[in-house]
Design a protein around this ligand. Structure first.
Ligand SMILES: Cc1cc2nc3c(=O)[nH]c(=O)nc-3n(C[C@H](O)[C@H](O)[C@H](O)COP(=O)(O)O)c2cc1C
Length: 315
């Protein structure tokens, strides 16, 4: 698994689609992961899953991510996913979403490390490309078992681990548990990717310093800020701080991002999916609240261009 740097884009269902992944790679993301796909749905021929797994020529290095709770089905899904041209396969053992947890997938697997290991073993033995796993620190503060999980994964041939420094119970609440990530890194010899609240160069450096992790993954810190990878790379290389782009450049990036979404998904669906991205791009600018309101009802590229003209005139 050859990465282009130290900062990967974290998988984000509903956000990190093809347009966003390509954009983040163009700013220096070290690698990207598809939106998660249900192994069961995918193996049953679900068309939406196949769409979510499709990676373009521009998206490398890239992983496809699968979730589920049955070793055989995950192995079958991993094998089928090979035709989607991914460089490695990632298994989701960290998603806290109630529906997925109820079905025994995502972070629910951290409550059953033996089953989690069976899943990893089954997937590793089914495919020849590297298999990685994404976990959290544990289910709750009383059950922090990421070190045990990590060792079990390493034992069955998992190539690398991403660890989000929170428990399931925490969801997205503070604090990030750097100490548990450090313990995982010390306990295994496979690469460990630290994840959680990385938003710029200094927060990426902090994650690496406090945990000794081999790379980092950035999720929400890249929403509306795909250039964050350039900033992180510059800081990790020589502590250089690259400022955020000027507003005109932010608007240009937003427009080209939304154009790509529309190119891949058509204007009707594309502009609706683009609303959340557009709202992230205007975050923090003067008058953002009223722009966000307008963005919430956008129905064409034309309307978005009018909004951009207004933003640039008023700021
Ligand atoms: C909107 C959203 C969707 C996500 N979807 C996934 C997913 O499909 N698979 C996964 O492993 N993690 C998913 N995550 C978790 C992120 O990959 C990441 O672990 C988490 O957001 C913490 O990193 P951050 O603080 O950099 O955002 C998602 C997070 C968000 C905010």
């Amino acid at each position: 698994m050859k990465l282009k740097g130290l900062a990967l884009l974290a998988p984000m269902a509903g956000v990190a689609d093809r347009a966003f992944r390509e954009l983040c790679l163009s700013y220096g993301a070290a690698g990207v992961t598809s939106e998660m796909v249900s192994a069961k749905g995918f193996t049953m021929g679900d068309r939406k899953s196949a769409e979510l797994l499709t990676l373009s020529e521009l998206e490398h290095p890239a992983a496809v991510q699968i979730f589920g709770s049955e070793p055989k089905i995950l192995a079958k899904a991993a094998k089928a996913a090979l035709s989607y041209n991914s460089d490695w396969i990632d298994i989701n053992m960290g998603c806290p979403t109630p529906k997925i947890v109820r079905d025994g997938g995502g972070v629910a697997l951290m409550r059953d490390p033996v089953l989690a290991q069976d899943i990893a073993r089954a997937v590793v033995s089914e495919v020849k490309i590297p298999v990685t796993v994404k976990i959290r620190t544990g289910w709750d503060f009383e059950n922090i078992n990421c070190v045990e999980m990590a060792k079990r994964m390493e034992d069955v041939g998992v190539a690398a681990l991403t660890i989000h420094g929170r428990t399931r119970e925490q969801m997205y609440a503070l604090p990030i548990d750097y100490d548990s990530i450090a313990k995982v890194k010390a306990a295994v010899s496979i690469p460990v990717i630290g994840n959680g609240d990385i938003v710029d160069g200094p927060s990426a450096a902090k994650m690496i310093e406090l945990t000794n992790c081999d790379a980092v993954a950035v999720g929400r810190g890249a929403q509306g800020r795909p250039w964050v990878f350039q900033q992180i790379n510059a800081y990790l290389n020589d502590e250089r701080i690259i400022p955020n782009p000027p507003l005109s450049e932010i608007m240009r990036v937003m427009l080209s991002h939304v154009e790509k979404i529309i190119e891949y998904k058509g204007e009707y669906i594309g502009i609706r999916e683009a609303r959340k991205h557009a709202a992230w791009y205007v975050r923090g600018i003067h008058g953002a609240a009223s722009y966000r309101k307008e963005i919430g009802t956008l129905s064409s590229m034309e309307e978005l261009m009018q909004l951009v003209n207004k933003v640039l005139t008023n700021n």
